[in-house]
Each structure stands twice: as C-alpha cells, then as structure tokens.
Design a binder for this molecule. Structure first.
Ligand code: ZN
Ligand code: ZN
Ligand code: ZN
Length: 270
C-alpha cells in the first residue's frame, strides 16, 4: 500500500489542545496530532509506504492544485491499495475538503482515480483499491456521493471511504482519528464517546460569553460556522464507511485495515 497524508491549517485552537502541545507555533494542534498519529501508524506497517506528508508545523498550506497533483503522483506509485488520509475542515457542500484556496470535491478526487484506473487497465488487469479516510466535518456526504454513482460504474471503482462523521455532523478534532487508529491496533477496545467528547469540550467554551453555545452571541456563531464544534454537547459524531466492494475490512499485504462505524440512532431520526 501507499499513502499520503494531508493537513490543513485551521484557525481555531481549542485551548485544551493548545496546552497539551505547547510547542506548536500557532498551528492547529489537534489536526497536527491526528496526522502524526496516522503517519506513525502506517509507517510501522510492513509493506506500507507513507509517500508524503504535507504541511509543516503551523505553516501547513495546501492549494487545490497541489492537492490534486499529489494525488495523481500517489497513484503513479506501484501499489495494490492507495490510502488518502485527510484531517482538516470539510464543507457542508458535499463534504468537500477545504484547502488553502478553496475546496476539493468528491467528483474531483474521483476523476483523478478514474483516470488512473483507465490508464492502469491498459497495462495490467491487477485489481487496485483506493481508500479515503476523511477526518473532516460532513465527511459522510462523501459517502452519499459515492453511493449515488450509478451501480454499474460504482462496482468497478474499488473505492472505500471511511468518514469521521455523518453528512450532517461535524468532526471534532482528535476524536475520530484516535479511535480509528486504536481500533486498528486493538479491535476489541471500546470507546466511551460521550466521555471523550466531554473531555474534549472541557475548556473550549466561548471566550466572550462563556457558554458552550449561545446562538445570540456573535463569537459563538463564528465558532460554529467556521470551526469543528457542534451546537450541543450531545451531538456527537458517528463515524461511518462505505466500500464499493462491500467489505468491512481490507487486506494490505499482511495487514488488515478495519473500517469503523459508530452505531447510533438512524440518520434523520433523533
Ligand atoms: Zn475563528
Ligand atoms: Zn470542520
Ligand atoms: Zn459566545
């Protein structure tokens, strides 16, 4: 397998996370930490190569063009499975990944993959897979988009998406990635999401009004609009996945990647 890791700088640093990583110069500790966690995890897997790591401490910048170029380059590696991991903001418009100068959409990512598939089919018939792991808000929307691809085309895509949350949820930095990676190492470990989330939210109340969320406060509205916090402490994300070859795990060399879903009330019903 080959993988690529991206990060996107965000502007809001939860105070608690900033205390834990005091050395980061004005960066985004939880995203940085997530990327490191994933990078370390994949680096240790036999037969797995982490191809590139984009973004430096506090200066991580990635344009749309660079993102799509890196992806194209990744697919030029000889590999049976390609993994794209993204930590950063996602757009409420189709879960598009937010980068420096705009968004990278599901359709754009898919077309880079399809172009690769077409080229590859001319040389070898070896089956290749593309796994996208998105720790970003509304990332479940990427799954909805994948499911909307017409069946006959979808079945040949060999694409899996692991999303940190459902299409209408935000992803809270540090929570999904930590669980996902721990589950890889120890599938039976149970996580107390309510508890983790409570800890995560501790100390990130609005610095202007002091509440977790007050819709009358401008700063609260700003935080909700631009950053990764839900409106209520009870709205905790539900990671989910979809795999066009209908599996819940995927073998890479001697290692198996386990997809992860957090059970919860059926979407749309609360
Ligand atoms: Zn802000
Ligand atoms: Zn976000
Ligand atoms: Zn406020």
């Amino acid at each position: 397998g080959s993988g690529i890791v991206f990060r996107k700088e965000a502007k809001y640093v939860p105070r608690r996370a900033a205390w834990e990583l005091p050395d980061l110069p004005g960066g985004l500790p939880d995203v940085y930490k997530d990327v490191k966690t994933v990078q370390e995890f994949f680096k240790e897997l036999p037969s797995f190569k982490v191809k590139s790591f984009v973004g430096k401490n506090g200066t991580g910048s990635l344009t749309r063009k660079a993102f799509l170029n890196k992806l194209e380059k990744l697919f030029e590696e000889r590999s049976s499975t390609y993994i794209l991991y993204f930590a950063g903001h996602g757009s409420s418009e189709g879960g598009a990944l937010c980068v420096e100068d705009g968004n990278v959409t599901f359709e754009e990512i898919l077309s880079v993959w399809e172009a690769h598939q077409e080229k590859q089919l001319q040389t070898t018939r070896r089956r290749q897979f593309f796994v996208m792991i998105a720790d970003s808000c509304f990332s479940g929307a990427l799954i909805e988009k994948l499911k909307q691809v017409p069946k006959n085309k979808r079945e040949g895509l060999n694409v899996a998406i692991q999303a940190a949350c459902r299409h209408n949820e935000t992803s809270n930095g540090g929570v999904f990635t930590e669980v996902f990676v721990e589950k890889q190492k120890n599938p039976s470990v149970q996580f107390k999401w309510q508890q983790m989330f409570k800890e995560y939210c501790d100390g990130i109340d609005c610095e202007e009004c002091g509440s977790f969320y007050n819709e009358k406060c401008r700063n609260c509205r700003h935080i909700r609009r631009e950053h990764d916090l839900p409106a209520s402490k009870n709205d905790i994300q539900h990671p989910t996945y979809y795999c066009t070859w209908r599996a819940d795990q995927h073998q890479i060399g001697s290692h198996t990647i386990l997809f992860y879903k957090r059970q919860g009330p059926v979407e749309g019903i609360s």
